[in-house]
Design a protein around this ligand. Structure first.
Ligand SMILES: Cc1cc2nc3c(=O)[nH]c(=O)nc-3n(C[C@H](O)[C@H](O)[C@H](O)COP(=O)(O)OP(=O)(O)OC[C@H]3O[C@@H](n4cnc5c(N)ncnc54)[C@H](O)[C@@H]3O)c2cc1C
Length: 381
């Protein structure tokens, strides 16, 4: 992606080269195989850990790199996304949504047990909020965790869970109290607990990411697995969403750029009506429309990342940015497909894959409708 703004230091740029190389060497050649398999290889997590992809925002004693640097996070997400597979990025980064509540509020024992193997790429974490009854209205979750002495007994279901088939640890939103936001807690549930069943979901995109429905049937979990105080999970979920949303915006912008590059390459080699496709004015204007929207979203993303690093928390703007980035991605995937013509309809190109992956960016982690609503409430409209 871009490297010409003052937000990036030399260290950022050398780290960008490392992630770029990782994407080119370890991701790009394997995408077709992983799409076919419905999941990435476990080796990928170890390799990602070895180049420093997991450490940002986690304590050094557990293998992290210390305080979160939103610019570093943007670099990681964008360089991985330029490989052109949202499924791969989602698989690698389910740690990014599953682990932060543990970093923020988990006990020392829990951090050692979970963060150390996950940050080393030896285990995988996932976040389980969404339920079959709905994902947007998080305050209404139905999965219950009832106290029984020193244990909780968990019953319910979660669905659409990224890395749901393969995760070793789940950060799960459960109802421990009354109805509404104040009755929700976060609970660590290990993947090998008796009573946990998983079924794989077939999807239109993110084919290399294993997505699952989880069934909790009288699972017994020690109360020490509570992440933070009982009935305070909602604010932790909201915090987590905020980070996930700027991450998804960063990805969507890079996916837009990947579509642009794919179409540019094609249009410089394809001839119609006696000249290169790129020499037709209508096609050139399509590129400028894409470039214009990508640059605008990228500039905003860099600014908001920088502001996060200054201690600011621009919730409304992050929600708006997510909408800006996903609509940009939707536009670029469509325009790139138009430029590729029939070739865009054949399996295998970056454009074909990303075209199928647009929807999840616009829905997951808070849909466009929910983002607009959140921003309007934040702005007091
Ligand atoms: C591939 C994939 C991976 C995912 N990974 C995870 C994961 O790892 N963990 C996890 O917990 N979840 C995950 N999700 C779930 C995702 O976060 C939800 O799909 C999302 O939050 C929307 O919830 P829903 O699908 O239940 O839609 P619903 O909440 O049923 O909403 C349906 C539609 O109605 C709109 N809508 C709802 N309420 C309103 C309103 N008040 N005003 C206007 N419009 C409204 C929504 O915007 C949406 O378009 C994943 C989803 C997908 C597709």
């Amino acid at each position: 992606m871009t490297n010409s703004t003052p937000f990036y230091t030399e260290d950022h740029e050398s780290f960008r080269s490392v992630v770029q190389q990782f994407a080119v060497n370890e991701i790009v050649p394997n995408i077709p195989e992983w799409e076919e398999a419905g999941e990435v290889s476990r080796e990928l997590y170890k390799k990602a850990a070895s180049v420093g992809i997991f450490g940002d925002g986690f304590d050094e004693e557990y293998g992290g790199h210390g305080q979160r640097d939103a610019i570093v996070r943007m670099i990681i997400l964008q360089e991985l996304s330029m490989a052109g597979s949202g499924g791969v990025v989602a698989s690698i980064l389910s740690n990014y949504i599953g682990l932060p509540p543990i970093q923020r509020s988990g006990s020392k024992e829990m951090k050692s047990r979970v963060l150390i193997p996950c940050l080393a790429g030896e285990a995988v974490a996932a976040l389980a909020i969404t339920e079959p009854s709905g994902g947007s209205d998080v305050a209404r979750i139905q999965t219950t965790a009832k106290r029984d002495g020193e244990e909780f007994i968990v019953n319910g279901q979660k669905t659409f869970i990224t890395s749901g088939m393969n995760a070793n640890f789940f950060t799960v939103a459960v109802r421990t109290g009354d109805q509404g936001a104040r009755g929700i807690s976060l609970l660590l549930i290990e993947g090998d607990r008796p009573g946990l069943e998983r079924t794989r979901l077939d999807k239109m995109g993110w084919l290399s990411s294993d997505t699952a429905t989880l069934y909790f049937d009288d699972i017994r979990v020690p109360t020490t697995n509570l992440i933070g105080e009982e009935n305070t999970g909602f604010s932790s979920i909201v915090n987590n969403f905020n980070a996930e949303r700027i991450d998804m915006a960063s990805q969507s912008i890079a996916f837009s750029r990947a579509c642009y590059n794919d179409a540019l390459d094609w249009s410089r080699n394809r001839e119609t009506f006696g000249k290169r496709l790129a020499d037709h004015q209508v096609i050139r204007h399509k590129f400028i429309e894409m470039d214009r929207q990508i640059n605008a979203a990228q500039a905003w993303c860099e600014l908001l990342s920088w502001r996060l690093n200054q201690g600011d928390n621009p919730v409304a703007e992050i929600a708006e940015l997510k909408v800006q980035a996903t609509t940009t991605f939707e536009f670029c995937a469509r325009e790139s497909a138009q430029i590729l013509g029939g070739a865009s309809y054949l399996k295998g190109s970056i454009t074909e894959r990303l075209y199928r992956e647009v929807r999840v960016q616009a829905i997951g982690g808070g849909s466009e409708e929910i983002m607009r609503d959140l921003a309007s409430r934040q702005l007091g409209i």
